[in-house]
Design a protein around this ligand. Structure first.
Ligand code: UPG
Ligand code: 3PG
Length: 302
């Protein structure tokens, strides 16, 4: 993107929110301060509390599900509403999804925007510092990480992180989204299989971590179920990046370094990626379909 184009690129922050009256106002105010952001949209996912009113008072555009439909559905609703508000003739807004419980630290998602504006990544994902009070044992995180690595070759540090900035093209390629808490795992797999470039970016964020009590463990149970469903659905459809088309060796992967599969067709094979263990052709990228594939660095280092 030219520097003039980069300067004028607009970003919409989309915040799925269920019963977040306590933190939503601070999150919205902080999101409005992120450079390039001209729209903050809260999708109230059937809250029973004052979330929608608090969000509106803080300056967000608010839409509401009359019944709870889960985070993935709230993200799809948000993206559709942003598309309706995109300006004709101007490039579609980038979508910056953030959780409602970030409070004033939401402004620290700003570093997610620059690599996508610059075209070096199609989707950036925040890596959070250790959270005080977090009670997890890494079971769901490990399940998602292993599934992503097995399917695409990418080692994600924080595969469940929902703070993500992506282009409209990338979002469209990842829809329909995996349901509920499987959304991040499904999206990561689908984007890499479709040839998009992902990059983790450290961001100094604080959120309300799940603790070690009964509610926390039940929540993890639902996360485990949804991640398993997202992964199984892709396995059944044969959605994966063949080994020969994977990017950097996992040992070279780290936050801050873009990762893209399909970068270098092995010698002797045609460039359309045909391979015995390739995913269905509808899931494979057409060459140059990814903006970063056209203009970004070659993360395979070749
Ligand atoms: O039915 C729901 C439930 C939650 N949310 C919102 O989704 C976001 C994430 O929910 P949260 O309760 O904070 O979940 P965590 O377990 O803390 O989330 C971690 O793990 C999730 C994946 O399992 C990711 O989506 C999150 O980004 C990541 O912080 C918040 O804004 C919620 O208000 C909805 O929109 N609808
Ligand atoms: O607490 C968390 O980080 C999430 O709920 C995931 O749980 P985990 O510790 O089992 O990965």
């Amino acid at each position: 993107m030219t520097s003039a184009g980069a300067r004028s690129q607009r970003v919409a922050v989309v915040i799925p929110a269920k019963d977040e009256a306590e933190s939503i106002a601070a999150t919205v105010r902080a999101a409005r301060a992120i450079p390039h952001v001209d729209l903050v949209l809260v999708v109230d996912d059937g809250s029973m509390d004052e979330t929608q009113h608090a969000a509106r008072r803080a300056g967000a555009v608010v839409v509401r599900h009359s019944v709870n439909r889960g985070k993935a559905s709230a993200m799809e609703t948000g993206a559709s509403v942003v598309a309706m508000r995109d300006v004709e003739g101007a490039p579609p807004r980038l979508l910056l999804f953030i959780d409602a419980d970030l409070g004033e630290t939401a402004v620290a998602t700003s570093p997610l925007v620059a690599p996508v504006v610059a075209g070096t990544a199609d989707c950036t994902i925040a890596v959070l510092p250790p959270q005080p009070g977090a009670g997890g044992r890494g079971i769901v995180t490990g399940l998602a990480r292993k599934a992503i690595e097995r399917t695409t070759g990418w080692h994600a540090t924080q595969p469940l992180s929902g703070q993500r900035c992506l282009t409209r093209d990338a979002f469209d390629a990842a829809t329909p989204l995996a349901r509920g808490w499987g959304v991040e795992t499904g999206m990561t797999i689908d984007l890499l299989v479709a040839g998009f470039t992902l990059q983790e970016v450290p961001c100094d964020l604080r959120h309300r971590p799940s603790t070690n009590n009964l509610a926390g463990q039940l929540h993890r149970g639902r996360q485990y179920r949804d991640v398993t469903l997202a992964v199984s659905a892709r396995r059944v459809r044969g959605v994966r990046v063949p080994h020969a088309r994977r990017g950097d060796n996992p040992a070279r992967q780290k936050p801050g370094r873009p990762y893209r599969a399909w970068a270098t067709p092995p010698e002797g094979e045609s460039s359309d990626g045909a391979s015995a263990d390739a995913p269905p052709s509808s899931d494979r990228p057409s060459p140059g379909s990814s903006p970063s594939a056209r203009s970004g660095p070659d993360p395979a280092g070749s």
